[in-house]
Design a protein around this ligand. Sequence first.
Ligand code: GLN
Length: 504
Amino acid sequence: MSLLREAERCFANQGSHAALNALITTLHQSGQWLERVKDADARRTRGTPKSKVDGRLIAFKDNICTRDLPTTCASNTLDKFISPFNATVVQQLQDAGALIAGKANLDEFGMGSHSIHSKFGPVRSLRCDHDAESLSAGGSSGGSAVAVATAQCYASLGTDTGGSVRLPAAYTGTVGFKPSYGLVSRWGVVAYANSLDTVGVLGSDVSSVRNVFDIVNQHDPRDPTNLSPSSRSRIDSHLRMPALASRVTSSLKIGIPLEYNISELAPSSRRAWSRSLAYLRQQGHTLHTVSLPTTKLALSAYYVLAPAEASSNLAKYDGVRYGNRPEGPDNITSTEGCLYANTRGEGFGSEVKRRILLGAFSLSADSMDNYFIQAQRIRRLVQHDFNAVFRACQPLNSPGLGKNLDSGEAGVDVLVCPTAPSPPPRISSLMGHGATTSSLEAYVNDIFTVPASLAGLPAISVPVTTGSAKNSEDSDLAGIQVIGQYGDDGLVLKVAELLEGKHL
Ligand code: GLN
């Protein structure tokens, strides 16, 4: 299909699926836009495309700054905000010939698991249950996932702090990849929890995800947490070591983390998991059970650390430096108005306020030792757990430290587990009068995604189906997660490719 046809089809889908609320702002079908796609088509015909994404439409989660379209983070406080610059990832993709399809709906500032905490209203997935009830699109990058699932764009970027790319991918039947922390620039991406925030890619298949990742996987001197060229070459030479390089041709050692086999795991998730493992074994790979004992503490640690960083990050929305200043008196001595309280009271939604309160509490003098410091310790244990099971050592650890923790030949190459403990819930059970799910219950959906986030590891969710092959009505769609050692992003993508779209 020509790029022009592909783009026209995306725009048609944006129109016909507008009610899903996946894209908040879209690029209008301007003549200038048409020219750019036509130019890309011509380059492609001549055999000189700028890149694999030349002329393709990419949607960006609305917490990624774009110069030409507003960046709202789905928050009242950034209602009218237009960034004076493009985020590095936007610029990189534009330089590679891609076009911005639009800005995708999300949970406010990336806080949520179902894309229902948005000033624009919830994202709706095309998926329904047997009673025709709409199901959650997952969050917080639900708009990015639904835009891909309904072909409103070629691929999209989201952010993944604790699972926000992988969970929506699992719920919408798309592929969602969170690269190793620090590979992709965060410059121009509105921070939620800096030590965890990672820009991720969503696509309808692994190959489109890889095409986008290849463009954004570059050093950016403007992001101090982005890996330097020397660290990148250290990782490359580590992966080229004979013991690791042979994994491309030989059978892989697939790890099954025992602690992920929780009693709350829905039968459909368990079936997708066990059949994916059986399939990998049939393909000649070997299965090994491994133990990650700190996993059960990871969720609690994440929900202390992420809100703590969020409360600090969001302090700048004070109506002076950032954030909409509400109408009315803002004199701090006035009884009617206090600028800071009014700005934040009106600007933030309830989930963001909850996170700010949680974070301010755990960072307060009386609770710091009991909560924040303990959670940091758990984070370190989670990292140790992973290092103890992977064949490859953490390439950025100092050589001595890496060796001690490396499980060497005994270790596994990747871990395979479910992305989510259960299928997507109904939207009606999450919001409105019929809501039966508390915020705390929503946090539990992240149980399998936060450990990789705490350790900064690459992780991907790929869709697989199980059940009756003849009758798609009886098939269960589930996301299977592949987690690799730090820097082993290529292997994670490769294993995902083995599993993607399989009917097991
Ligand atoms: N659901 C998690 C949270 O609300 C993850 C969010 C994310 O990855 N941005 O913190």
